[in-house]
Design a protein. Structure first.
Length: 506
């Protein structure tokens, strides 16, 4: 057994069990969560370097060979996503030390985070379509606890909407898995990739593909299934919102990329054009919703939706360049959007509101916070030389190469509207005079927050912003990584070889 593949699942699980065994010991839970996420990030980076050097790797659980047993497999894309899990988990835990109240910390906050990270890693590493469903359920249970923890009215309302929609996801997903198994007699994704080309009823393949598109589309909050996200993501503490923004919808996108590059490629002219159309509508509806908002977190929540559209654009175009844009964009948007949500949390602590109309003058009392907002905001809008520019440039180039001019035009317009909405946040929260306090009061406001707490809030934000800037300035090696990952996705022979073995591939 390759322990490097198993550890990203085992580490958060073991740490979560340790938290449950020491229930109510807040300081110990903090230590366990910090050690667990640090170890997870270290193992994830080691896994990425191993896969980058040696190609996809897999391991069999219980010594049952593929395709009969449970297989854990990592190619470059899944290894990158596991690194993102470790990074977001580490920064959110660190931010939680200064932002989460003691009552939540004592009653299961940190073990819920750890189990959520376990579910995400399991979803990214599983080689079995049914086990992907199982990991979705693990994430659902953990995320529902995090959404409702605290028992506030708005939280419970958001949690109920979230849970109801995710039950619908489970129904579509499980039904699609059942039909797929009935058609092929297989659940291993590598084996399914082979058998779907030989099914007796090829007309059923696009039908099942659409079922998976609906199931994962709801999870990823694509058009027209996005309405649940802005109704629920702004209700829990901002640390939880950041965790969900960075990981939960991205699991849905990952699942779409995985099944529509590995399984459902037989009628790509139909399925991927449909995905491309959904991508365009997702970009437009998300950014228009953001432009209309004056609540800091709701505005950012709508931007989650619009950025999902860019990710689907690369999948819909279905070329190596386009998929490389999706992989690079995934890294960029997870880091940049997580940073922006942390900025909104600090702004709320300072100004005691998320309402942009009631905020103001933050740049006077908090110039560092203003800079830490400006960099990821400009990156999200695609301003060079930040990471968002290179991600969007790659997708635009892929769209022009495939002559998909309409979606290219939509992507450019949405980018301009993203810049407009980021400018609105800057003008309202940072630049204009505060409507509640005079300038002297704003400049003295930093003294009302204990310095130790402020450092705990700022340190993870600084880390994310530095990574955002570094991802842009190190665009060449990171883009090389993205192109290698895209080549594996577009031509999955190495994936099949790692799972099934050379002798089983025709």
């Amino acid at each position: 057994m390759n322990m490097l593949l198993v550890l990203p699942i085992v580490i958060p699980f073991a740490m979560g069990i340790m938290c449950i065994a020491s229930w109510g010991q807040r300081q110990l839970h903090r230590l366990i969560a910090l050690v667990g996420t640090t170890a997870l990030l270290a193992v994830a980076l080691t896994l990425l370097l191993t896969v980058w050097e040696s190609g996809p790797v897999s391991t069999e659980i219980g010594n049952w060979p593929a395709p009969f047993g449970i297989v854990i497999v990592a190619d470059l894309f899944s290894a990158i996503m596991v690194v993102m899990v470790g990074l977001v988990g580490f920064t959110v835990v660190l931010f939680s030390f200064g932002s989460i109240d003691q009552r939540r910390e004592r009653f299961g906050y940190y073990p819920s985070i750890l189990f959520l990270l376990m579910g995400c890693c399991g979803a990214f590493l599983t080689g079995d379509i049914f086990n992907l469903y199982v990991w979705f359920e693990v994430m659902l249970i953990s995320s529902f606890v995090l959404l409702g923890l605290g028992g506030e009215r708005s939280q419970l309302e958001g949690a109920i909407k979230y849970f109801a929609l995710n039950l619908l996801i489970s129904s579509f997903f499980l039904g699609a898995v059942g039909i797929l198994y009935g058609m092929t007699g297989a659940l291993n994704m590598a084996e399914l990739s082979r058998k779907l080309n030989e099914v007796a009823q090829p007309g059923m393949v696009p039908v099942v593909a659409v079922l998976f598109l609906v199931a994962f589309g709801i999870k990823a909050a694509v058009f027209p299934f996005f309405f649940w996200l802005p109704a629920s993501y702004h209700t829990p503490p901002v640390a939880v919102t950041t965790l969900f923004s960075g990981l939960m919808t991205k699991v849905g996108v990952y699942a779409l990329v995985r099944v529509f590059t590995l399984l459902f490629t037989q009628q790509s002219e139909y399925t991927h054009n449909l995905i491309l159309m959904i991508a365009a509508f997702t970009m437009v509806t998300g950014v228009l919703g953001a432009v209309a908002q004056y609540d800091f977190r709701r505005l950012l929540s709508f931007h989650i939706i619009s950025q999902i559209g860019y990710l689907l654009m690369g999948l819909g175009l279905f070329t190596v360049t386009a998929l490389a844009g999706t992989v690079y964009f995934m890294m960029h948007v997870i880091i940049a959007k997580s940073a922006l949500f942390l900025v909104s949390g600090i702004a709320n602590i300072v100004g005691r509101t998320y309402d942009l109309k009631k905020l103001g003058s933050l740049y006077k009392g908090y110039p560092l916070l203003a800079l830490l907002f400006l960099l990821p905001a400009l990156s999200l809008a695609g301003i060079p030389p930040l990471s968002g520019f290179w991600a969007k440039l790659t997708l635009i180039r892929a769209g022009l190469e495939t002559e998909q001019y309409i979606v290219v035009f939509v992507a450019l317009v949405v980018s301009v509207l993203t810049l407009f909405s980021m400018t609105k946040i800057w003008a309202e929260a940072f630049w204009k005079d505060s409507p509640l306090y005079d300038d002297d009061a704003v400049e003295r406001a930093v003294d009302t927050i204990p310095r130790q707490k402020y450092r705990l809030l700022i340190i993870p934000l600084v880390l994310l912003v530095l990574l955002t800037v570094g991802l842009g300035f190190a665009a060449e090696p990171m883009m090389n990584l993205a192109f290698e990952a895209a080549a594996q996705l577009r031509n999955p022979e190495l994936y099949l070889q790692a799972v099934l073995g050379t002798e089983l591939i025709p």
